[in-house]
Design a protein around this ligand. Structure first.
Ligand code: SF4
Length: 453
């Protein structure tokens, strides 16, 4: 049953917000925008937490043991926020071989991992058959590992670079996804979502698919029975209304997927995670920050219906407004209240650090994401947090919850409520204080972690 909205309700009325928290009332974009701008942060957090407790109860908060594998950094797109991509001729351009990839999967299996998250650049040298063969080999050698891979821009790359059968984009997407699914692909990560509004996307996502096409890829995946996640990267040139529009797109397309495919074994968005843009080593990060208190160009251009146009402000796309902890928690809390049809909201401690990542559990997040061995994308942009399984469990426990290990479908695999819990096995925490990620070129002896999407 679809939740109704009431545009005339006073969204600051506690009874109205209780209805939202209980899942009986759907917020409108205008109400979400007002809450974002006007509600004190702790109060917003309390309501997001109330909504989270309605869905996930008071006790368990989760994480997953998986590995993030970035199989290639060669990419034809030139996203201005990206410090990871390389042209094929650059010295540090790489594409991992099947043997290297399988070795990485082997390592996570040995550590009790249940999933790999595999994403990479849009590499024109790799035909669809390369991915199909890879998935088949992984499926056959590691049948117990969930294959969560290839975000929508990569799927579109297969279509654009090669002669894909189909009369239109949707048919071509369906062809590619069926090939990958038959080879073993089980679900699709939400990478490449950034901000859907075209004015923003055209400025920062050069050579990448549009927001509509991104959403279409996910819809076809849902039709084929695959679950997906959704993401948002904010805190750059966008306005606050762009963030709300982005959430609204995810919610609307989720409604359609549930309605059209839900009774026929279809998939859906099972999770949403948002994080602030990381500026180091990126072209976008060289823009001047707006610090003089004047109106931010992104806000002047942004429209709740996504119709903003760059011509609306002469400095649009030329000024940054980076998001700090407060903006991050506020945005995440709004996402929890707004996305009433999405089960999981993930904390992005990889970008925000453990303290804010832990605080995010009080601002609507129910999940700390992944325990993994490596991460190359956000670490290339200067963010280098790393935590292992005992630390993740400790963060959850110190936030007042019991840590629980989950799988990709959010089935609980272990509840750590006794003395065998990973954090309760640690005798000396100082030995675990190695909290920097390593680059993909370094040997990785310590178990390091990041959040997956
Ligand atoms: S964000 Fe992804 S698609 Fe964009 S340049 Fe970087 S690797 Fe390529």
């Amino acid at each position: 049953m679809q939740i109704v909205s009431n545009p005339h309700a006073n969204i600051f009325d506690p009874a109205v917000l209780q209805d939202v928290a209980d899942g009986n009332l759907r917020m409108t974009p205008e109400q979400a925008e007002r809450l974002y701008h006007e509600m004190p942060l702790p109060e917003l957090g309390r309501w997001a937490d109330a909504r989270c407790r309605t869905l996930h109860g008071d006790h368990l908060r989760t994480y997953i043991v998986d590995r993030n594998i970035n199989y290639t950094n060669i990419c034809t797109a030139k996203c201005t926020f990206c410090a990871f991509r390389r042209d094929g001729h650059e010295d540090d351009a790489y594409t991992l071989s099947y043997d290297e990839l399988k070795q990485k999967v082997r390592e996570i299996v040995e550590l009790g991992g249940t999933q790999i998250l595999m994403q990479g650049g849009m590499n024109p040298e790799l035909p669809l058959s390369w991915y199909v063969e890879l998935l088949e080999q992984l499926r056959s050698e590691f049948p117990m590992v969930h294959l969560h891979a290839f975000s929508p821009p990569e799927i579109i790359e297969f279509i654009n670079f090669f002669d894909t059968p189909g009369k239109n984009t949707e048919e071509k997407i369906r062809y590619v996804l069926k090939e990958l699914q038959n080879a073993g692909l089980q679900s699709i990560p939400g990478g490449g979502g950034e901000i859907f509004a075209s004015a923003v996307r055209e400025k920062i996502g050069l050579g990448k698919c549009t927001g509509d096409v991104w959403l279409l890829v996910m819809r076809v995946a849902h039709e084929l029975g695959m679950n997906t996640s959704a993401t948002m990267m904010f805190g750059h040139i966008e306005g606050i209304a762009d963030r709300i529009h982005h959430l609204d797109q995810v919610r609307s397309w989720q409604d359609r997927s549930i309605q059209d495919f839900g009774l026929n074994g279809g998939g859906r968005y099972v999770s949403f995670i948002s994080w602030p843009f990381q500026p180091d080593n990126t072209p976008l990060g060289r823009l001047p920050e707006m610090t003089d208190g004047s109106a931010f160009p992104g806000d002047e251009v942004a429209k709740l219906d996504g119709s903003g146009h760059k011509s609306m402000h002469k400095d649009f796309g030329r000024r940054l407004r980076l998001a700090g902890s407060s903006s991050y928690l506020r945005t995440q809390a709004i996402s929890r209240l707004y996305l009433d049809n999405i089960y999981s909201i993930g904390s992005s401690w990889v970008t925000m650090g453990p303290a804010i990542g832990q605080t995010a559990l009080m601002y609507g997040a129910n999940d700390l994401g992944s325990v993994m061995l490596e991460e190359n994308v956000v670490s290339a942009a200067g963010t280098t947090w790393c935590l292992d399984e005992p630390k993740l469990c400790r963060m959850i426990r110190e936030a007042g919850f019991t840590p629980a290990k989950r799988d990709n479908a959010y089935n609980i695999l272990a509840i750590h409520n006794d003395e065998k819990a990973p954090d309760r096995q640690v005798k000396d925490w100082s030995l675990l204080n190695k909290d920097r990620l390593v680059s993909h070129n370094d040997s990785c002896e310590a178990v390091t972690l990041t959040v997956s999407s």
